[in-house]
Design a protein around this ligand. Structure first.
Ligand SMILES: *Cc1c(COP(=O)(O)O)cnc(C)c1O
Length: 541
């Protein structure tokens, strides 16, 4: 057996040491040691990242992968906790991504308030499983309360409604999920089942399956309509739920870059004419992942109401905007949805991972009831009766505590900072001749691209074929700039492909910014544009 370097001979796996890691430390000495470790995590990590790394260390993925090829499990213990923590801080953290850096403005993952680490630690220490009452007790009750609070924020029913449902064991106002993907999947699951009710010998889609459902209803196809900007989790839902992901039908966006209502209506008309197709849901996006754009929710609600179609709002990103008195009007119409997805690990600034889905009708989740003999008995508070997930951590405790610490106003300040900083950033981009703003921000997300002056000029007069060629050149430039900036590791913006302008025929590469870190200032944004300009210049040389 090859010896591991620095392996102290004192490290052994036996019952003595095993007991020690399970029994709570009683003596003062071990308490202090444990406190020291927490201190090391809370401060060591942040100090280290602030001092030594921007966004990430410059090291190629190929090189990294070479270092991680040992696939054997060690027989003997290799390291003490203190050394493991030290290694993570010194060796893993710098090569991970410092998502808390104010220069990291490319994704929906960002800095979190420091108290979140404490709250995450306390949920781990309690280690409750909210699948059932027997492993969570008050946390199940607390979860129902926070679900009602969020439901009220979205749907604004009256006090008697919430008094009736907040602790009602027969009804559910929503569920916590692992994220927006499973929240959307849960919403589509409910919508699918609701739209294919029992008929004759066909009892339910859960029991008899999709094929029997189609036969019983004389159908050949079930579809979901969403704008082209719909999150790809909806496609996964189409696959998992048996619809087929090609039946998650994308509708073009209009000049506002939100769903084109005329095209939507035309599509509905076409689908309705075919008696063998059922529309199980229409999805409105409240904060598209790529552009932050919000669909016209009131108009979508009108359409769904008139045709009795399930109206889902994917507010995974934008949901918490409801807490801002200044900007909640942007989400007007969300209260008319049948279901709403909101992520906790996005604009609720919670640690990975947590999402939620809400249903206007407290009986809607009955569509997906599952019982088991050993848990989740009928009529119990067991939250696992109506969830996709089985075992689940008590994320509701983190959200509840965070709302206590921040207040709606605290969250509103962060939301407003993001929206207003993005607005300023858009003006800065417009002022720089090298850049072109592609999607102006409605919330705190925008896209833009680098367009050198000579190409800008040529684009103005170019015909379709020429434009395509020029855009391909631009794509290449923007991909390079994004990659070089990312690899340098000081700052980070992401990139995606969009139809940059309405009359474009192909998707062009754009740089994408998500401004959610309250520490991201206009000066930092200026530096990031400077860096991109200088990368461009070095490319041109
Ligand atoms: C992020 C996002 C999702 C998916 O959420 P995950 O938490 O990543 O699973 C779905 N819809 C929208 C609009 C999103 O922004």
């Amino acid at each position: 057996m090859p010896k591991i370097k620095n392996e102290p001979s004192s490290l052994v796996a036996d019952w003595n040491t095993l007991h020690r890691v399970f029994i709570r430390p009683e003596d003062e000495g071990s308490r202090q040691t444990l406190v020291k470790y927490m201190e090391q995590i809370l401060f060591g990590l942040h100090d280290f990242l602030n001092k030594h790394v921007g966004v990430t260390e410059e090291i190629s993925l190929v090189k990294l992968a070479k270092e991680y090829k040992d696939t054997k499990i060690n027989q003997d213990p290799q390291k003490k906790l203190a050394d493991v923590i030290k290694d993570i801080i010194d060796e893993i953290a710098p090569r991970a991504v410092n998502v808390a850096s104010p220069y990291f403005i490319g994704h929906m993952t960002s800095a979190i308030p420091f108290f979140m680490v404490h709250l995450k630690a306390i949920t781990a220490a309690l280690n409750q499983n909210v699948i059932k009452l027997e492993t969570s007790k008050v946390l199940s009750v607390l979860e129902k309360q926070i679900l009602a609070k969020m439901h009220r924020m979205i749907f604004k029913f009256d006090e008697p409604f919430y008094l009736e449902h907040v602790q009602n064991t027969e009804t559910s106002l929503g569920v916590f999920t692992t994220g927006g993907t499973t929240a959307n999947l849960t919403a589509m699951w409910v919508a699918r089942n609701k739209s294919l009710p029992p008929k004759g010998k066909f009892e339910s889609i859960e029991k008899n399956g999709f094929f029997e459902a189609m036969k019983a209803h004389g159908l050949e196809r079930a579809v979901v309509l969403v704008s082209r900007r719909g999150h790809f989790s909806l496609k996964k839902a189409g696959g998992i739920l048996g619809l087929g992901n090609q039946n998650i039908i994308p509708i073009d966006v209009d000049s506002n870059r939100s769903i084109d209502l005329e095209k939507l209506k035309a599509k509905i008309k076409e689908l309705k004419a075919d008696k063998k197709t059922r529309i199980i849901a229409i999805v409105g996006i409240a904060g598209a992942t790529e552009t932050g754009i919000i669909d016209p929710l009131p108009q979508l609600a009108d359409i769904c109401e008139a045709l009795d179609i399930h109206f889902h709002v994917d507010a995974a990103w934008g949901g918490p905007v409801l807490l801002s008195k200044k900007y909640c009007h942007l989400l007007k119409g969300i209260e008319r949805a049948d279901s709403v997805t909101i992520d906790c690990h996005k604009q609720f600034y919670m640690p990975m991972t947590s999402g939620m889905v809400y249903f206007k009708d407290p009986k809607a989740l009955d569509q997906i009831v599952y019982h088991a003999r050993y848990v989740n008995r009928p009529g119990s508070v067991d939250l696992g009766i109506k969830t996709l997930e089985g075992s689940r951590e008590a994320n509701s405790l983190i959200l509840d505590s965070a709302l206590k610490i921040m207040g709606a106003k605290g969250y509103a300040l962060m939301i407003e900072h993001g929206i207003e900083t993005a607005g300023q950033f858009a003006r800065m981009i417009r002022q720089r001749p090298l850049f072109q703003l592609v999607t102006p921000p409605q919330l705190n997300i925008l896209t833009y691209r680098v367009v050198p002056l000579d190409i800008q000029k040529k684009l103005k007069t170019a015909d379709r074929k020429k434009r395509q060629k020029l855009n391909a050149v631009l794509d290449d430039i923007n991909i390079k700039i994004q990659r070089i900036q990312r690899e340098a590791g000081f700052s980070f913006v992401s990139r995606t492909r969009l139809k940059a302008f309405r009359d474009d025929h192909h998707n062009t590469v754009v740089l994408r910014c998500v401004i959610m870190n309250p520490m991201t200032t206009v000066d930092i944004l200026d530096e990031i544009l400077d860096e991109q300009e200088s990368i461009f210049k070095s490319l041109a040389e």
